[in-house]
Write a protein that binds this ligand. Structure first.
Ligand SMILES: Cc1cc2nc3c(=O)[nH]c(=O)nc-3n(C[C@H](O)[C@H](O)[C@H](O)COP(=O)(O)O)c2cc1C
Length: 472
């Protein structure tokens, strides 16, 4: 079991997936330049980087902890969320003892264990200045904490939420809190505002990989990220609670406690984001810091994003592949779903559908557009089950040969959009386009005979294959 960030760095190092940068580097832009080069050269198979000599700081910095798809696959190997749900709920599997035991173990692992925060092993820091926080891109508004696990408790029902939301350093004791309106932390701030209360917030920087990845994963609202981390790790998450602050992973390198006054906003950004653009400055909540603790040998964890390819792309691609069985669980006509990295994950979405009745492709598209963070998708295209939606040449061929624009393209106005989508006239509010690139049937009003796709018999292909070999 990977115990904490130090253990994870050793794990990566033993697999030659960690590069140790011993040269003196600056936290301002230079760590970005190193990390971005690694990401662009190795495209989703980048090494994590450990910078042990950061100008002006004693604390090392680790970046690109999740820049490798192979590492992500390895970490989650053998844990399938949809199998786990099936083993708990599906009558066919529940009758099978092995499957039941697996489900029962996952349920036990899913229960976080909360202990009191102990200061031993930690030292209290005077201010944020003591942390090697990065200035990521030249025109960023300042320094940003980029891989924080931000934990809040619902004022309504006490449930916990953990999300990764960037935090712009405003001064020694305040930062921005860039949780988008639809995200868990923001919903808790909304609940606090309705009650006229401030919201206590805890932030963990650097913990074991499962806690960090779970916080970054678009899990359905209401699923506790530390429960998911426990199932994936196959061991319960240990949380430490300090006074009234929400608990954080007990293996955190750095812990920041403070609060957000929900009505208080301040301009946040610009910040060089994964869209490849600087985000437009917008109003964001302000986080007031009361206490900062750091392990005596703490490593500061950061993420660098930018024009694709970067670390969040590897996380996004892996998580989409990983979570797609859950989409099919909700809508069984969706066989596959692909959010191409070049489509910035939230903006372009392809789905492959098993079309059994008129209009089923549209039904499937509507369901995606209403599903959790998939509701950020701006352009969605549905394909038949003969199209490999990861193959752009087949995707374009189907769009060219199965779409009649007037009939098959719908624009839906007045919808939520990703806050990062600067094309919308208003922040987080715009429109969507739905394209039905499936073959049309008589039941859908197509009055002609849909032509057959050209193909050759397998027997003939095999026969030619045998003769082909003689061509040398
Ligand atoms: C490196 C990185 C940075 C992120 N920054 C933000 C951010 O600034 N704001 C935001 O709302 N989501 C951000 N996300 C995405 C959220 O972490 C993700 O949507 C997560 O599901 C949020 O958790 P929640 O659904 O519990 O709110 C970031 C993800 C990664 C990997």
């Amino acid at each position: 079991m990977i115990k904490d960030l130090h253990d994870y760095l050793d794990y990566l190092s033993s697999r030659r997936r960690l590069a140790h940068v011993k040269d003196r580097v600056s936290a301002e832009l230079e760590i970005t330049a190193f990390t971005d080069r690694e990401d662009k050269e190795r495209r989703y198979d980048g090494r994590a980087l450990l910078f042990s000599n950061v100008d002006g700081y004693d604390m090392p910095v680790a970046t690109n902890l999740f820049g490798s798809m192979s590492t992500l696959k390895e970490l989650f190997d053998g844990f399938s969320i949809s199998d786990t749900i099936s083993s708990i709920m599906h009558p066919k599997h529940a009758a099978n003892t092995a499957s039941m035991l697996k489900g029962a173990k996952a349920m036990l692992d899913s229960k976080p264990k909360v202990v009191s925060f102990s200061r031993s092993g930690y030292e209290k820091l005077g201010s944020l200045d003591e942390l090697p926080i990065l200035k990521v891109w030249p025109k960023d508004a300042g320094k940003f904490i980029t891989l924080p696990v931000v934990v809040t408790e619902s004022p309504e029902d006490g449930s916990l939420n953990a999300g990764v939301y960037r935090m712009q350093v405003f001064d020694d004791t305040t930062t921005g809190m860039h949780w988008q309106a639809q995200k868990g932390g923001s919903l808790h701030a909304y609940e606090a505002m309705k009650r006229g209360k401030k919201l206590d917030v805890s932030v963990a920087i650097g913990t074991d990989p499962f806690n960090m990845l779970s916080a970054a994963t678009p899990l359905p609202q209401g699923i506790n990220e530390f429960a998911f981390a426990g199932m994936a790790r196959r061991a319960r998450t240990l949380l430490a609670k300090n006074g009234s602050y929400p608990p954080v992973p007990a293996n955190s390198e750095i812990i920041i406690n403070g609060y957000v006054e929900p009505g208080e906003k301040r301009t946040e950004g610009p910040f060089g984001d994964h869209t490849g653009y600087y985000s437009i400055p917008e109003e964001a909540n302000v986080f007031h810091i009361k206490e900062i603790y750091a392990k005596k040998d703490a490593v500061y964890a950061a993420s660098v994003v930018g024009f694709p390819w970067s670390e969040d792309g590897a996380i996004g691609l892996f998580m989409m592949d990983y979570l797609k069985p859950m989409v099919s669980l909700v809508n069984d006509s969706i066989i596959d779903i692909y959010l191409p990295p070049e489509g910035l994950f939230t903006d372009v979405c392809f789905i492959k559908v098993k079309k059994r009745f008129p209009g089923e492709a549209k039904k499937a598209m509507f369901s995606v557009l209403g599903l959790g963070q998939l509701s950020f998708v701006k352009m969605i295209v549905a394909f038949d089950d003969d199209i490999d939606i990861k193959d752009l040449s087949r995707v374009l061929w189907a769009m060219a040969s199965r779409v009649e624009p007037e009939r098959d393209i719908q624009v839906i106005k007045g919808t939520p959009t990703d806050t990062l989508d600067h094309t919308a006239n208003l922040p987080a509010f715009g429109s969507k386009v739905m394209i039905d690139a499936t073959k049309k049937s008589k039941g859908e009003g197509y009055g002609r005979e849909w032509p057959e796709t050209i193909s050759m018999s397998n027997d003939l292909i095999d026969a030619v294959g045998r003769k082909w070999r003689s061509l040398g």
